[in-house]
Write a protein that binds this ligand. Structure first.
Ligand SMILES: CC(C)(COP(=O)(O)OP(=O)(O)OC[C@H]1O[C@@H](n2cnc3c(N)ncnc32)[C@H](O)[C@@H]1OP(=O)(O)O)[C@@H](O)C(=O)NCCC(=O)NCCS
Length: 391
């Protein structure tokens, strides 16, 4: 139904509620927001993509919830959708006072209001309702019974979501140019002898997401919380997260580049230095939007200055491999989010003039902390605030 067929209620009306849409309403939402987000896909492909993504390990069985703001006095399937969004329930960790807990945390995404309805306060009302809803949504069976934190990635700057509790956290990245093997060769000055190896999805599972690795990271959080009053949280950097990003890139590559086959190289490593990165390819609509994102970067912090140099070289080696891969897949950039000081050194080794970008408007990593009301203190540190956690 066209928007002019509807009476547009006031955003302050007590009749407005957020509810889970019917199947037909969910498709209506996708028809509408596809205009904004389908990129190079057509509308049917975009709906297929969303149906594919809702059936991944991290999203299936109700872990992904679609929400719509509607007038609750009107019947389902015959009410205007005033605004829409999604929440993902994800595995996460909380460490406080030397203890670490496995918890659920929500990620919020796809916040949308159709163009004809914009500027009337509907998104504002929806997010206010959502903030309250997510405090207990899907937490009935969790130990705390209440949400400890949730995240979102704002594309509309730092102010709007902050009013509802989602505070802006560090949102920086380095952007590296793709590099052609033919023009450049496969080696770079200073990195001779760095044994970079490609990784498949199975390699990533083994080296970056095994139970032992995840436990090790759980332990790092616990240790960090021992001598700090500030709670530490992280989205679990698990295989389900990585696979969801790959499901996305594989859908695009099959839809847009069927002759190329699916991209099987999912990352690179220097095994003897225990340096690993995993990535995905993002296929955008406009020029300059194709990006190979480093989803997660793993290495052991050096314990002495002499250990640092080989790690930095190995990091540079895997990032260089990412640049070659970006060129192979016609990506415009390689992006690595919230780089650590060692990653910064590796980037400078590859490209001394590269400046860190501090994003002010798009992909602002934002976190809503409910810990104060749970006796966990007013402040929180977000560990591994990397691209894998994006939704
Ligand atoms: C962003 C969007 C959901 C806002 O919907 P809306 O119903 O028009 O929003 P509201 O009327 O409730 O206004 C929300 C606030 O967001 C602000 N806002 C809206 N679009 C904005 C933008 N592109 N940049 C910065 N702020 C923006 C409005 O100025 C308003 O602030 P105010 O209350 O201080 O005046 C809508 O414009 C949209 O769907 N855009 C395309 C998709 C998108 O970018 N989604 C956001 C992903 S994080």
């Amino acid at each position: 139904m066209g928007s002019t067929d509807y009476y547009m209620p006031s955003a302050d009306s007590p009749d407005l509620v957020i509810v889970i849409p019917t199947d037909a309403e969910r498709i209506e939402c996708l028809d509408l927001n596809g205009q904004e987000w389908k990129g190079p896909l057509n509308s049917a492909q975009y709906i297929q993509r969303e149906n594919h993504l809702i059936n991944q390990d991290i999203t299936r069985d109700g872990a992904l919830t679609c929400w719509v703001l509607v007038d609750g006095t009107l019947p389902p399937d015959d009410r205007p959708i005033l605004s829409s969004c999604e929440s993902f329930s994800k595995a996460a960790f909380l460490a406080h006072g030397g203890h670490v807990e496995d918890i659920l945390a929500h990620g919020v995404g796809s916040v949308f209001c159709r163009p004809e309805f914009r500027g009337r306060g509907y998104a504002r009302r929806m997010i206010a309702e959502l903030a309250e809803k997510l405090d207990t949504w899907q937490h009935e069976k969790t130990a705390r019974g209440k949400s400890v934190f949730s995240v979102l990635y704002s594309d509309i700057g730092k102010k709007f979501y902050a009013q509802f509790g989602w505070k802006a956290f560090p949102s920086s990245h380095f952007s590296l140019a793709p590099i052609s093997k033919e023009e450049f060769g496969s080696d770079i000055a200073g990195l001779e002898g760095v044994a970079v190896r490609d990784m498949t999805g199975e390699d990533v599972k083994q080296f970056m997401c095994s139970k032992a690795v995840i436990n090790k990271y759980r332990e790092i959080l616990r240790e960090a919380s021992k001598c700090s009053k500030t709670s530490k949280v992280a989205l679990s950097p698990d295989f389900e997260h990585m696979s969801w990003h790959w499901a996305r890139e594989e859908f695009y590559s099959q839809a847009l580049l069927p002759e190329r086959g699916v991209p099987n190289i999912k990352g690179a490593c220097v095994e003897d230095c225990r340096v690993f990165v995993t990535w995905n390819r993002n296929f955008g609509n406009k020029k300059n939007e194709n990006t190979l994102y480093i989803l997660r970067c793993l290495y052991d912090e050096p314990t002495s200055p002499s250990e640092e140099k080989p790690i930095v070289k190995a990091l540079a080696g895997v990032l260089f491999r990412a640049q070659l891969e970006a060129h192979e897949w016609d990506m415009d950039h390689v992006e690595i989010w919230n780089p650590t000081p060692l990653i910064e050194k590796a980037v400078k080794l590859l490209s001394p003039d590269t400046e860190m970008v501090h994003r002010e408007k798009s992909s602002i990593c934002s976190l809503k902390w409910n810990g104060a009301s749970l006796g966990l203190g007013d402040e929180v540190d977000w560990f591994w605030n990397e691209k894998y956690a994006w939704c």
